[in-house]
Design a binder for this molecule. Structure first.
Ligand SMILES: [Mn+2]
Length: 434
């Protein structure tokens, strides 16, 4: 379908999600279309809602592409007069796509969309056979953004890694998996490394400084400026905290240093999205450098400070406990903006109890935005947050869904306490009935 539209010189409408995965998904498609000299119009949004689906219906484009979103709306797209491609990886319903709709989603093939293929990966599959294997790294950046690559790539992701290696765009080498090795003083590199988590150091600037001082390492210089002996000393000390800190690093050799590491690239896109500068993220992925990169770096610094502030808050206040879940609630502007992220990191650096899913709540006027996160172990024990948040939010006229391990919802403010209790009951039920 895409090939036909490219040949017909169609004008294409691209709609994607505003997180690192969604921006990477847009980057795959936009780069592919740019290379084919196709005209397209991209919009990156926080979530796809029914009113937008209905409003797009009347726009005059030949083809719509939805990436990292769209699967819940196949029924609506079936009634569009246009052609539609949906490249998503979130949970699906049972509506089958009509002939005007191409639906790419790992769940349709029994593949786990929370670990084996991300939205950018689905988008990559849409363009892969148009001779676009050199764009495979964007699929992997999306996977990192979706927390899918951290323990090594599996499933379709590893097939895509194969494409990236084969086309020479990505290289793998062993090293310390700490961030900003060449751009920040070492104590910040350590404190801003959230994956793999370094308990006592990740998100803790003072903890990171103490750790380095105790070992006689200067904390104020960059990792790349350390002597080889010091690097070895640091490596051994970090491996004692978390052996995963040393391992495969994935790089794009042709990229500028700031964007060379795939995982760090995903953090830059994440920082752009979280600060409502998704256009900046996409333009970087389309090749803008200089001022665009400076602006992105500023956003990243600011975003990391916000995460550290959020983690300090969790350390100070802890989470509110229910039977089967725990929750975080804040009306603070900064904390609200990083709620989902600090919920994930709080679990991984063990600031939060790993045996209970965490529900982060951020008040937005009359609504509450919910971010739910849990661990792979809890999913194996039966927890499905996507289902719990979908069913419980629907019960209070809200909307929700996502993955078993990470999900989101929006509910009216008044429903907050009842909603939390319902989610608590549902998770308890999932655990007892698996
Ligand atoms: Mn995604």
């Amino acid at each position: 379908m895409l090939k036909e539209h490219i040949e017909k010189d169609s004008v294409i409408r691209l709609i994607s999600h505003n997180d690192a995965d969604g921006i990477s998904a847009a980057a795959v498609i936009a780069n592919a279309l740019k290379e084919e000299d196709v005209q397209f119009h991209t919009t990156i949004i926080p979530r796809l809602k029914e009113d937008m689906v209905n409003q797009l219906r009347s726009e005059k484009y030949d083809l719509f592409i939805f990436s990292d979103m769209g699967s819940p709306f196949i029924k609506e797209f079936n009634t569009y007069k246009h052609d539609v491609i949906v490249a998503d990886h979130h949970q699906v319903n049972d509506t089958e796509a009509e002939s005007n709709v191409v639906h790419i989603n790992p769940h349709l093939f029994g593949i786990d969309g929370s670990k084996d293929l991300c939205g950018a990966g689905s988008a990559y599959l849409a363009v892969r056979d148009l001779d676009k294997k050199h764009l495979a790294h964007f699929a992997l950046i999306g996977a990192f953004g979706d927390m899918q690559g951290q323990g090594g790539f599996t499933g379709v992701n590893s097939t895509i890694l194969g494409d990236a290696m084969e086309s020479g765009v990505v290289e793998i080498h062993e090293g310390l998996k700490i961030v900003s090795k060449a751009s920040e003083p070492i104590f910040k590199s350590l404190a801003y490394t959230f994956s793999p988590p370094l308990p006592g150091i990740s998100g803790d600037l003072e903890g990171a400084q103490e750790f380095l001082e105790k070992r006689g390492l200067s904390y104020g210089i960059k990792f790349t400026d350390l002597e080889d002996e010091e690097k070895d000393l640091l490596k051994d000390a970090l491996i004692e905290i978390n052996p995963d800190i040393f391992g495969d690093c994935y790089t794009v050799p042709k990229e500028v240093p700031l964007l060379r590491d795939l995982e760090e690239y995903s953090y830059i896109l994440d920082a752009c999205g979280k600060n409502k500068k998704q256009g900046l993220g996409l333009s970087i992925a389309l090749g803008e450098k200089d001022q665009a990169l400076d602006a992105a770096l500023r956003l990243q610094r600011q975003y990391r400070d916000q995460i550290v502030r959020g983690l300090e808050w969790i350390k100070r206040e802890g989470a509110q406990q229910l039977n089967a879940i725990q929750y975080l609630y804040s009306e603070d502007k900064v904390l609200k903006s990083v709620m989902g992220t600090i919920a994930s990191i709080g679990l991984s650096v063990e600031l939060l109890d790993n045996s209970k899913p965490v529900i982060g709540l951020s008040r937005l006027h009359r609504d509450i935005k919910i971010s739910g996160r849990t661990t792979r172990e809890m999913v194996d024990r039966g927890v499905n947050l996507g289902k719990a948040l979908q069913d419980s939010s629907n019960n209070f006229n809200g909307t929700g869904g996502g993955h078993d391990i990470a999900a989101g919802a929006m509910i009216p403010y008044e429903a907050k306490d009842n909603f939390l209790h319902l989610v608590d009951e549902m998770v308890e039920y999932q655990l007892n009935n698996d």
